[in-house]
Design a protein around this ligand. Structure first.
Ligand SMILES: Cc1cc2nc3c(=O)[nH]c(=O)nc-3n(C[C@H](O)[C@H](O)[C@H](O)COP(=O)(O)OP(=O)(O)OC[C@H]3O[C@@H](n4cnc5c(N)ncnc54)[C@H](O)[C@@H]3O)c2cc1C
Length: 644
């Protein structure tokens, strides 16, 4: 029988749950202890309580309460914000969006137009980096770092300017590779696993050595009797994994290509792989983390990239390696290290040091982000609501602490979500606004759970599992990435982060993909912390409980990184036409307008760090900057605490 909230520990260690729902930052600026602000155990070695330091906040993070409400008032309720107070601040460049693309835009601008350029970066969240954000835990003793979003640095896909940026920031890929031993939950003694949960499948069953995505088919066949599906579905899986055929025999290469782009993976494995609906369902959410989309909305060709089994039905070999995509490397906090490197290069006062070795452990002083004496200022908790091009300047209005204010820039780079821009910049031509609105981002979820130790997982011989019936389609331990003085390897017996990775299913499958994303987004935002907490406690209890894990006692902290605007919209075989060169929505959307240009991974219609950087490069190089430079007026008082 499913355990009660009390048995799962839902009431433990979380003393002031209401603070999680939006006042964590307020609590920090009021100097409340971090136990209250984060709703979890007091950090043992955390930065001093009361200091503004978002990485240690637990509870609802990612698009945290307070980060999106103003934007939703503008875009969904069409609220008319006034221009507000003129702060008298004049910049060479105003950047909207402090993600990798916005930060890289500031970096490239300074390179192109001079180190003394005055730049303001406006960011709606309480943290910089966009998806490149980090979660920092101290509750289990030694610091444990993990990413809250963007994590794979796909270095082999970096362009010339992307590589040049890495070099300038002191990122040494060869050295990162030497101490990179993270393999997405396949490091356990028995390899990866699948967890079939009691709520969906009637009983909890963990099958080590079996993954729906890849593996040795002979070994998988030996495990299928344990799969808690109907006998008919189990038989269909046995046939599926023992068949070697070419269901497209006789078709030309072009016909094959067309076919594989026109049928969804789920339809393919049902119609050509002989799986029952129930059996095919175990693949549905395996693509959630990888694509932000269920396998029913992805073509077979797209699912090949995600490593789903199909080669054995197409005259090829089964996918046994689990290797997908290009060559990757990690920092312990994912690409948050890249964001931190960029911020430290732009505003050296925030942290000491140079290069990548100390970036992971460098103490960041957020009070230095927005100082009037600094040529580069990064202003958090500031949602831009107006961007207007005039003869004299680009006027940029933003809301902070409930008040609207405005500043001027000679030019402006919009590095925010493109679907938002039509509401900010109403001057743009109708066709461009329509093209911008096409880029509906894919919601993603990344929940980090700090557990007391990994004894139960070690006993079971696993380091992660696919979870076909659950909200998060996969979970894995994060260990084995060491940079500089940061240590956390697989032999460490102490606390570790179990990461849960996926998306939220839309209310209705099969409808237009952008409607699916909007539906997932609304569902994600409607869930509160307790919904996510109950979910991860239930999974950990069912999966690791039989090996001695106690969901009530062994969970030290939970951070839910919800990203309702997750991956940039890249075009999908089943949903988007093939546009002639230059006519795709993202190409129309990113045309410069006066002294405004458009960065962000949305501008490349591809959700990757390297694209965010390349689009920043293009956007900066499109700026003309012919206006005379305005002299800085007094900037008024600085923000002693970016959260105040
Ligand atoms: C969970 C997750 C995992 C990922 N993993 C990887 C990975 O492993 N490898 C990879 O290459 N990519 C990954 N990505 C893709 C990631 O989106 C890109 O790599 C990259 O970080 C995107 O940077 P960006 O600057 O284009 O966008 P974002 O990071 O979204 O930054 C845009 C910024 O604009 C801000 N903004 C929006 N509107 C406004 C406004 N009106 N006013 C002020 N600010 C505003 C937002 O708050 C945000 O900070 C992942 C994404 C997610 C969500």
């Amino acid at each position: 029988m499913r355990k009660s909230d009390r048995q799962l520990g839902m009431r433990r260690d979380i003393t002031r749950r209401d603070f999680i729902h939006g006042t964590g930052i307020a609590a920090l600026s009021l100097g409340l202890p971090s136990r209250v602000a984060g709703g979890q155990l007091a950090p043992a070695h955390a930065p001093a309580a009361g200091r503004y330091y978002p990485p240690t906040l637990t509870g609802l993070r990612g698009s945290h309460p307070g980060s999106f409400e103003v934007a939703h008032e503008l875009a969904l309720e069409h609220k008319d914000f006034d221009t507000g107070e003129d702060l008298g601040e004049e910049y060479d460049l105003v950047v909207v969006g402090g993600g990798i693309s916005g930060l890289a835009s500031a970096h490239f601008y300074r390179q192109r137009f001079g180190q003394d350029s005055r730049i303001l970066i406006l960011e709606s969240h309480d943290e910089f980096g966009g998806h490149a954000t980090r979660n920092e835990f101290h509750q289990g003793g030694p610091t444990r770092l993990v990413w809250g979003g963007d994590f794979n640095l796909e270095y082999s896909a970096f362009s010339e300017q992307g590589n040049a940026l890495l070099t300038e920031l002191g990122v040494d890929i060869d050295r990162l590779l030497e101490r990179n031993d993270f393999n997405y939950g396949s490091d356990g003694e028995l390899g990866p696993a699948v967890y079939f949960d009691a709520e969906t499948y009637g009983r909890d069953v963990l099958i080590p050595g079996f993954t729906p995505r890849w593996g040795d088919f002979a070994s998988i066949l030996g495990k299928l009797d344990a799969v808690p599906l109907s006998p008919e579905s189990r038989d269909s899986l046995k046939r599926f994994y023992s068949t070697r055929t070419d269901v497209l025999e006789g078709r030309s290469p072009e016909e094959r290509r067309q076919f594989l782009r026109q049928i969804s993976y789920i339809d393919f494995v049902r119609q050509y792989g002989g799986l029952t609906e129930e059996a095919a369902e175990i693949f549905y959410n395996t693509t959630h983390g990888y694509w932000g989309v269920g396998a029913d909305s992805l073509s077979v060709a797209e699912c090949e990239g995600a490593g789903l089994p199909m080669g054995h039905l197409l005259g090829g070999e089964p996918n046994t390696s689990g290797s997908v995509g290009g060559e990757v490397v990690h920092f312990p906090d994912g690409t948050a290290s890249l964001a931190r490197l960029l911020v430290r290069a732009l505003i050296p006062a925030v942290a000491d040091g140079q290069g990548m070795d100390n970036i992971v452990t460098a103490a960041f002083d957020y009070s230095q982000l927005d100082r009037p004496e600094s040529p580069i200022r990064l202003r958090l908790n500031s949602t831009v609501v107006h961007v207007n091009e005039t003869d004299r300047a680009v006027h940029v209005g933003f809301v902070r602490d409930g008040k609207t204010a405005n500043v001027n820039g000679r030019s402006c780079v919009l590095a925010c979500y493109h679907s938002m821009i039509p509401y900010l910049c109403t001057q743009l031509p109708a066709a461009q606004r329509e093209a911008l609105a096409y880029q509906v981002r894919r919601p993603l979820l990344l929940t980090n759970v700090l557990i007391r130790d990994t004894k139960a997982a070690d006993k079971l011989g696993i380091s992660g599992a696919y979870c076909p019936g659950r909200l998060h389609g996969a979970t894995w331990l994060v260990k084995g990435i060491e940079v500089g003085k940061y240590r956390h390897n697989w032999k460490d017996p102490g606390a570790a982060v179990m990461q849960f990775w996926g998306s939220v299913e839309p209310v209705k499958r099969g409808v237009d993909i952008r409607r699916q994303h909007q539906s997932s987004r609304m569902r994600m935002l409607a869930m509160d912390f307790e919904d996510f907490e109950r979910e991860v406690r239930t999974v950990l209890d069912g999966m690791l409980g039989p090996a001695g894990f106690s969901a009530a006692d062994d969970i030290l902290a939970i951070t839910v990184n919800r990203w309702p605007h997750g991956y940039a919209y890249d075009y999908l075989d089943l949903w988007d036409p093939e546009w002639p060169p230059g006519e795709a929505p993202h190409e129309i959307a990113r045309q410069p307008f006066g002294n405004i240009s458009f960065a962000n991974s949305d501008a490349g219609a591809y959700a990757m760090t390297e694209v965010a950087i390349d689009e920043a490069w293009r956007a900066v190089n499109e700026l003309q900057n012919q206006r005379p430079r305005t002299e800085a007026r007094t900037h008024g008082p600085s923000s002693p605490n970016p959260g105040s």
